[in-house]
Design a protein around this ligand. Structure first.
Ligand code: SF4
Ligand code: SF4
Length: 374
């Protein structure tokens, strides 16, 4: 058995669902694509800005000879989603349900590195998990983990696009795998289903219009985008949900990615009133552990507005008393969406003591809107 075969067998034994290997030539096409996206301001702020570095494995590890690319499935379904409107609940994207994938996949990559150390001296490695979506995708595509769908996800024939990708750049000479064919064919379902038009064209994502990016960002969300969030609290699965290749895929074997500290469809009132202690306990073990609690509170207020259920009013009135302006402003907006003029008195009381210009503008706008309904 060759070292490559041994490595693949070991990977399977530790729960890596797919492992393929590719060479270290620079990703010229990905580089050009990223440069173009940067010029058009389509690039996510979460991507490492050093495009030369992230598209050239030899810049990361000068002695590199091979890149080992791994994928693990996070696909799970929860039976019977709740009545969002009745129960005042929203939803987290599937990728965020369970344990932080950086840790789960990172631990498996460490195990692979440990295995390689038992087989060879002078091993040099650089591990990566989610270093930048496009370059991880370029690696996964060239290694044949999947093809890149028009929704920009990597689609594996067995597991669909519900996969986390990571890998190891190494000085070992291993046997390479070939890419697999693009199977999107004449389909455009993902582009048609995207609620914001972020998929501006096939394979082209305008990141700052994508709800996967917007819900994770800090600051005030544009009103138009707030409405498009619907019941989404963190991330967006729409362009993956509609993909025909995701309809009959295998479930992942990784219970780590089932909800543990949080529900997949949580109650919005408890998120809006999230305490630091709850954030530490419930969000820190998940991939939502890096943004702090304010964007979660903000998004919970937005979803409460989108549900348009008057039962949310007492929770949003409490949101108006939150110490952070961003939570107060989005709570006010949500009250405007519910459209109950009976809250005008409460809004006026809050307005009288409000000092933040952006919150004042938001509350005044809602008072005007609700007054027109009287
Ligand atoms: Fe559009 Fe949602 Fe896909 Fe982003 S994640 S491209 S918003 S469907
Ligand atoms: Fe490709 Fe259709 Fe899936 Fe989009 S929905 S990624 S076009 S197969």
């Amino acid at each position: 058995m060759t070292l490559t075969e041994e490595l693949k067998e070991y990977a399977k034994s530790i729960g890596i669902d797919k492992i393929r290997i590719t060479g270290v030539e620079p990703f010229l096409e990905a580089r050009e694509f990223l440069m173009n996206m940067k010029e058009r301001d389509y690039l996510s702020k979460f991507i490492n800005n050093d495009i030369d570095l992230i598209t050239n494995p030899k810049q990361v590890l000068p002695t590199a000879q091979s890149v080992i690319v791994c994928a693990i499935s996070y696909y799970h379904e929860i039976e019977s989603p709740p009545s969002f409107k009745e129960e005042l609940r929203g939803k987290f994207s599937k990728f965020a349900w369970g344990r932080d994938y950086h840790q789960v996949l990172g631990e498996k990559l460490e195990q692979l590195i440990g295995f390689l150390r038992t087989r060879t001296d002078n091993l040099e490695v650089k591990k990566f998990v989610d270093t930048g979506p496009t370059v991880d995708r370029a690696l996964a595509r060239r290694a044949g983990i999947g093809w890149q769908g028009k929704n920009c996800s990597i689609i594996n024939p067995d597991y669909g696009s519900w996969i986390f990708i990571g890998g190891i750049i190494t000085n070992l000479e291993l046997e390479f795998d070939a890419p697999i064919e693009d199977q999107c064919s004449g389909c455009r379902k993902c582009i048609e289903a995207c609620p914001t038009g972020a998929l501006v064209d096939e394979y082209t994502l305008k990141s700052n219009k994508c709800l996967g990016y917007i819900t994770l960002s800090k600051g005030y969300i544009e009103k138009e985008d707030r409405r498009k969030m619907g019941t989404r609290i963190w991330g967006c699965d729409t362009c993956q949900d509609v993909c025909p290749h995701n309809q009959k895929v295998k479930f992942g074997n990784h219970s780590d990615f089932l909800p543990q500290t949080l529900e997949a469809y949580p109650q919005l009132s408890s998120l809006l009133a999230l305490t630091n202690k709850d954030y530490e306990e419930k969000f820190k073990p998940t991939p939502m552990n890096w943004r702090g609690k304010r964007p979660i509170q903000r998004n919970a207020a937005i979803v409460l507005g989108n549900l348009k259920n008057p039962k949310a009013i007492p929770h949003l009135l409490k949101g108006l008393d939150d110490p952070k302006p961003i939570v107060r402003a989005h709570s006010a907006w949500a009250l405007g969406e519910i459209g109950e003029p009976s809250v005008i008195g409460d809004l006026k009381k809050r307005l009288a003591k409000e000092r933040e210009e952006e919150v004042i503008v938001e509350i005044e706008g809602v008072i005007d809107k609700l007054s027109d309904l009287c």
